[in-house]
Design a protein around this ligand. Structure first.
Ligand SMILES: [Zn+2]
Length: 153
């Protein structure tokens, strides 16, 4: 019973989302893509939100995108997730938004518009959560503190 184990909340896996979690377990990020109009879907749907086709196919995606919105959680919400941490909406390059956590970064350095890549976090019960981390040295690159730091000691 994973619901009774201590730790961060884990997803409920059902017939609709199982292919996503199976791919995540293998380290692959997939979303549904419409075989008729080519649009991508996230979260898992029964029909395409653009053309109402029922031919959605799980498709690998780049795993890259940019931070669309974020907040820094500073108060304890879940014992297994000590603050501060970043909750963000990432806009994947394929055009879908994912609610996620930004990891491997100082929460204060994370910015809207920052480029990020998938970073699966292994959890109990074989579940890999799709989190994202800044790409390369893109952490806080547009910080006003950095841009005004010139002029000597
Ligand atoms: Zn469609």
């Amino acid at each position: 019973m994973t619901d009774c184990e201590p730790g961060r909340p884990l997803p409920t896996i059902d017939m609709l989302n199982a292919p996503f979690w199976e791919a995540a377990h293998d380290g692959r990020l997939v979303v549904q893509q419409c075989a008729i109009c080519g649009g991508h879907e996230w979260t898992p749907q029964l029909v395409c939100s653009a053309c109402l086709s029922g031919t959605l196919v799980w498709t690998p995606v780049s795993g890259q995108g940019e931070i669309y919105a974020l907040t820094i959680v500073r108060a304890m919400q879940v014992e297994a997730m000590p603050p501060p941490y970043v909750v963000a909406i990432v806009l994947l390059d394929e055009g879908v938004h994912m609610l996620t956590n930004i990891v491997d970064a100082d929460p204060q350095s994370v910015r809207i518009g920052q480029r990020v890549e998938i970073a699966f976090v292994q959890e109990r019960a074989g579940i890999s959560l799709p989190c994202f981390r800044p790409i390369g040295n893109d952490a806080g690159i547009d910080s006003p503190l950095r841009s005004s730091a010139g002029g000597g000691p």
